[in-house]
Ligand binder design. Sequence first.
Ligand code: OAK
Length: 814
Amino acid sequence: MTEITAPKSPVTAEQFADEIREQLKYTQGVTPEQATAADVYVAASKAVRNHLADSWFKTQSDMVNGDTKAVGYLSAEFLMGKQLENALLNAGLTDQFDSAVEALGFQPKDIVDAEYEPGLGNGGLGRLAACFIDSLASLGVPAFGYGIQYKYGIFKQKFDENGKQVETPDYWLSNEEPWGHIDYNRDQKVSFGGEVVEENGKKVWKPAWSVRAVPVDYLVPGYKSQRVNTLRLWTAKSYDEFDLLAFNRSEYLDAVKPQVKAENISKILYPEDSTKVGKELRLEQQYFFVSASLHDAIRVFYPGEAKPDLTTFPNKITFQLNDTHPVIGIPELMRILIDEYDYDWDTAWGITQKTFNYTCHTLLPEALEVWPSSLIGELLPRHLEIIEKINAQFEAELKDKGVADETVEKMRIYTGDSVRMAYLATYGGSHVNGVAELHSQLLKDVTLKDFSDAYPDKFTNVTNGVTPRRFVKLANPGLSDLITEGLGTDKWISDLELLQGLVPLAQDDEFVKKFAAVKQANKHSFVGFAKDHYGIDIDENTMFNTMVKRLHEYKRQSLKILAVISRYAGIKNGTIAADDVLPRTVFFGAKAAPGYYLAKMTIQLINNVSRVVNNDPDVKGKLAVHMLPNYNIEMAQNLIPATELDEQISQAGKEASGTGNMKFALNGALTVGTLDGANVEIRERVGAENFFLFGMDVNEVEAQYANGYDPAKYYEADPRLKQAIDLVADGTFSNGDRNAYAPLVSDWLTKDWFMTLADFSSYANIQAQIEELYTHPLDWNRKAILNVANSGFFSSDRSIEDYLERIWKTGPLA
Ligand code: OAK
């Protein structure tokens, strides 16, 4: 990692306290005596931001003046989590902050907790983007994250009295937000609609309406790197003030219509995750942020140049397309080059193809975006023409390569009716990557097979990672101190492979006991967190068993809840002997897309199983189930370090990677999981004997599909499964109402697309092995330590290094 000296200004705790006081007085307008925790949070955040400013300016000028290529990470989502604690850590100001706020009469934790978590992402894809920009800055690589500053983030989840998910809006900007800096002077115009005409032999787009894209800049400090990058999130503003004539006619709603239409673009994050969405507003959002970002990059790298030499553009910046959401950037860059800067098609294509790379984050066909041509034609008529031409060129190229006509037909980017964004991205960029070995292999073998046959060199893998700063150092201070003690250094925070040095300590009983004590302390603090946040009582002397992630059928929360029901029934009817029952607390956390019927019903079922189980004296002290509302980054940071057994139980071949799996392993949980996504690599690294594997692998799943899968067969074959499903069907978890879960039960018995039933027996059987090990705490904790020690590979720093080497071909600033 590059060490860069200056311009960081060291500060004492006293000076930092004065800076906070100053912010309170002169920007907040309160005296230190009047200040609340929320005031101090805002003041301290602004003080930290001020400390980062010089490094930020220096990073920008080094980037523009140096010859290191920058990275532009184009992503519709950045799920950042709370900022203050992370910024303090990375800026090296944690100790000063702690003393300063104490001097002001506050507890540091209360100040940090006063921050409202920004939820500008749905799940894995958005959180990965946040980990990546942390790692880019920490490695000293100049980078921009480009996205949207949604006014409303991912919905807040509550449960009604029947256990159903209720979504409430997340207006995260309702209080002062000290991190984003709105920059009205670096706005961009983004246009839509209208028509394309020919003028002097040139195509000219005459748009019908435009919005003003205004950047809101967030500083992204690297950990001990002295580099501060930029996360630039665009907000949409109207060019039209309200229509005074309409207003005077008392047509109040009409008067503000244009303004509302423009500002709607950045109003709300689509709450879908790996599910189908195809809405006009979403395409508007995508084009809005991508067009603004490309123009912004040209402005940044060719300041003041009216006729810049854009053939050098790919040497200045490489754009990573975070899934298909920003793929409209490919025709947009073509349009900019041809229409705005007069390049010919071939030159423009050369530049464009060199500029972009595409990461695919899914294996679900329905999550690969396909837009109706009619919609693109209406909203972006010039782009549709360009896409048609790209497609024609592509088909010709394939034919030249000798690809068979029927294969060319299957590969078309533009079918006449629709545009396949994943295909456009694959052809329009230099590289395509999946996010774990297995996923990248399946992309080549199945999802994008024809493309991989035609362009084998484009395809590569970059296994995901997570930032050790947020997910170990901040989330798990107890474990962090123990690791530092064990290794004799804290360098692991920026070089996570050093965790390997813990391997021998897994044989040192004293170390193992300390490790176990840290886990117990984390469980204890989670009990307090859960009491404060959810009002629930948890027994910390039970095994903490967690499944947190988005709710999706392929992730198979159903499998977990059916196993819980089976266990409940087994304890109640004595098939599981009382002495054999290992006390467990099962935690679920999951948001379902608001329109995803079966996913929402699964949440309702979990809540009602929880109600019945937790109130049944027969299982008291043996089994408890909690569906924790509103799973978010804060909950992850508290629950993951307290977890002993993690569930990664998706159907093999469906989870692209998973990143929760990495967070749990790094925090010393053991995993029960299938051979799916990055589980495969985690198991390889931590050792098969330290991972609870069950279920079918990809080939077995494929064979089942091919042979005509029949779930009912499995229902009949395993009495535990039959009993669990019967209890759902007979009203046990719905106050006797046999219809409540009928759609879910019927889906299990007749369709079960993700083969929950087929994997049930294997999953239920492995529980005995898990529990046996748990009754030997030293052995369990040895394995947990080996999980930590061998998971250094799953740092997002390593992922970024792989991107630099395999795709971006650039590196840190000098
Ligand atoms: C969201 C929308 C469309 C396509 C994919 C996603 C998504 O969130 N995918 C997830 O990305 C993560 C980061 O790569 C992976 O770890 C998850 O497996 C994947 O589901």
